[in-house]
Design a protein around this ligand. Structure first.
Ligand SMILES: Cc1cc2nc3c(=O)[nH]c(=O)nc-3n(C[C@H](O)[C@H](O)[C@H](O)COP(=O)(O)OP(=O)(O)OC[C@H]3O[C@@H](n4cnc5c(N)ncnc54)[C@H](O)[C@@H]3O)c2cc1C
Length: 286
């Protein structure tokens, strides 16, 4: 089906885009890889679109002073091409490698993946496992929010209609920490995630000093399994402890049945993947 006709503004600066958003609104469009298929499926366009693709300041990656800052307009391909990213965010690189195909990766942005609010968004578990923060701007100013507080419910986020997500940032993983991601899909390429898991583990003197477990596609939003994380902290981890934490993570899931997998299968795979990644991570950090 053809795309319906729609009005598209093409601001050249962030201020211009924010003014357009404040003045009568509109829908921001980054790579369009979520929006354009949705438009085509609906067959009609309501309101206007504000393209972000000409705003250079949204497309940047900085690794200064122990912190990585990635502009919302940075594409998945940009992430894969950045030489420092494998150290700054190993899980994010792992997610980018299994994200769609190269044509979509060239257009799809980090900001679009976060803002669409899909529970199956692949870059979100890695970012949650890195304690990322998002910066949101409107013509009234900029605010920063922990990414874990950004997702409110299925496709509902804390972003206000007049705000743009401008960047996502995180403290670089401490030396020796493990940061892993695994995506389970129906096939190897171009598949929507059935279950996605990212973990970060660190150890001090043989005990777990940091644990982050983030799960995708198994609840209305991507989320962190806090009880499972807490069960690991301060302990010299054994296989039994890791298995119990993986059960706690699966208990926190609220999956649905859909065409890709049953809720039961998602629960099972959440347990298996969390256990597997925690085992691998613990081996790396000790
Ligand atoms: C064939 C195909 C395969 C795909 N495979 C995957 C996959 O493997 N994993 C995955 O997670 N996703 C996948 N997707 C979904 C999509 O590519 C991603 O979610 C992508 O990151 C969206 O980014 P975008 O720049 O294209 O967003 P857009 O479609 O432009 O926008 C998405 C949403 O975010 C809003 N938005 C975008 N940028 C901003 C901003 N800076 N501030 C405020 N709001 C903003 C838009 O208004 C819209 O609501 C796939 C899509 C297709 C078509």
């Amino acid at each position: 089906m053809m795309l319906p006709t729609f009005e598209l503004l093409e601001p050249k600066s962030l201020d211009e885009a924010l003014a357009a958003l404040a003045d009568g609104g509109g829908t921001p469009m980054a790579g369009g890889t979520n929006l354009l298929p949705d438009l085509r499926a609906r067959g009609k366009a309501d309101g206007r679109f504000i393209s972000l693709s000409e705003i250079g300041e949204l497309r940047r990656i900085d690794h200064g002073e122990g912190r990585a800052v990635v502009g919302a307009g940075t594409t998945l391909t940009d992430i894969l091409r950045d030489p420092a990213m494998p150290t700054a965010a190993p899980s994010l690189v792992a997610a980018a490698k299994v994200f769609a195909g190269s044509m979509v990766r060239n257009a799809a942005t980090i900001g679009g993946n976060i803002c669409y609010g899909s529970p199956a968004a692949d870059i979100v578990p890695p970012l949650l496992s890195l304690d990322a923060e998002v910066a949101l701007a409107s013509s009234r100013g900029t605010r920063t929010l922990a990414l874990k507080n950004y997702f409110l419910d299925y496709k509902k986020t804390a972003k206000r209609p007049d705000e743009l997500l401008i960047s996502v940032s995180w403290t670089l993983p401490e030396p020796g920490a493990a940061n892993l991601f695994h995506k389970l899909g129906r096939r190897r390429g171009d598949a929507i995630t059935v279950t996605g898991v990212a973990v970060t583990l660190a150890a001090k003197e043989g005990k777990c000093s940091k644990a982050r477990i983030a799960l995708g596609a198994v609840a209305p939003t991507v989320f962190r399994a806090k009880d499972a994380e807490d069960a690991l902290l301060g302990k010299a981890l054994t296989e039994e402890m890791i298995d119990a934490a993986a059960h706690a993570a699966a208990d926190a899931c609220r999956p649905i049945d859909d065409i890709r997998a049953s809720a039961d299968y998602r629960l099972h795979t959440a347990h298996v993947l969390v256990r597997r990644l925690l085992m691998q991570a613990w081996e790396q950090v000790t």
